[in-house]
Design a protein around this ligand. Structure first.
Ligand code: SF4
Ligand code: SF4
Length: 92
């Protein structure tokens, strides 16, 4: 039996222009990698001991806030996009 790959993006739809809603302060980043491990959409990566978020995050982020929650250095600022924009969960 072939298992279909689970894709979180199929559970949400998107609306409006969110603008930037995640900011990363590289000066505070210790390169611990917690954001890389926790992000369900694999939007963070480490380069030279600093985290980087994909420039596509505005289209792909599911707004779970996990990266912000696990960053012990306060290097990540996260705020939900303004009402009527961003993801709408269709299930769950
Ligand atoms: S969790 Fe915070 S400190 Fe750790 S790599 Fe990510 S942004 Fe940097
Ligand atoms: S809010 Fe969630 S999906 Fe978006 S970048 Fe952070 S961990 Fe990834």
């Amino acid at each position: 039996m072939v298992r279909e790959e689970f894709d979180l993006r199929k559970l949400v739809k998107r609306g409006g222009e969110t603008g930037e809603f995640i900011r990363h302060n590289k000066a505070l980043c210790t390169g611990c990698g917690r954001c890389v491990k926790i992000c369900p959409m694999e939007l963070w990566e480490l380069k030279k001991s600093k985290a980087f978020i994909s420039p596509e995050y505005v289209e792909k982020c599911v707004e779970c806030g996990s990266c912000w929650l696990v960053c012990e250095s306060n290097a990540i600022e996260f705020s939900y996009p303004k009402g009527g924009t961003g993801v709408v969960w269709e299930y769950g």
